[in-house]
Write a protein that binds this ligand. Structure first.
Ligand SMILES: *[C@@H]1O[C@H](CO)[C@@H](O)[C@H](O)[C@H]1NC(C)=O
Length: 119
């Protein structure tokens, strides 16, 4: 059991590292990082069914990587534009996704979200 905890921690670190690794470290998270994080979710958002673990891991990593208001606003704006631009995604699935992953995201993932109010 201790061994598998270590493996889980390593996996989490890896996912966080992949999501947060930027060629040029900037203050704010980029939409590139956000789209990498949510990429495993796209299929689910189009078709429903089971949520892949990689999708929830991506959402979780993005949420924990967004430590400042600036980060959270930029993640919000990226999710908002992704929700508006990815063809064929089911917006009610998108809005419900963080909850289904057990991640609390303090705004709705939707093309009409006002990200200026995100703290
Ligand atoms: C979106 O997903 C919900 C929940 O699974 C479903 O009830 C609804 O019909 C879907 N909407 C579309 C447009 O596919």
């Amino acid at each position: 059991m201790a061994g598998s905890t270590v493996v889980m921690k390593l996996v989490c670190l890896l996912v966080v590292a992949m999501v947060t690794a930027a060629p040029l470290a900037e203050a704010a998270l980029t939409c590139g990082q956000v789209s990498t994080g949510i990429r495993p979710c796209i299929d689910y958002l189009k078709k429903g069914g089971a949520i892949p673990d990689a999708c929830c891991n991506g959402i979780r990593s993005l949420n924990s990587a967004a430590k400042t208001t600036v980060d959270r606003k930029s993640v919000c704006n990226c999710l908002k534009s992704a929700a508006g631009s990815i063809k064929g995604i089911n917006l009610s699935l998108a809005a419900a996704l963080p909850g289904k992953c057990g991640v609390s995201v303090p705004y709705k993932i939707s093309p009409s979200t006002d990200c200026n109010n995100v703290q």
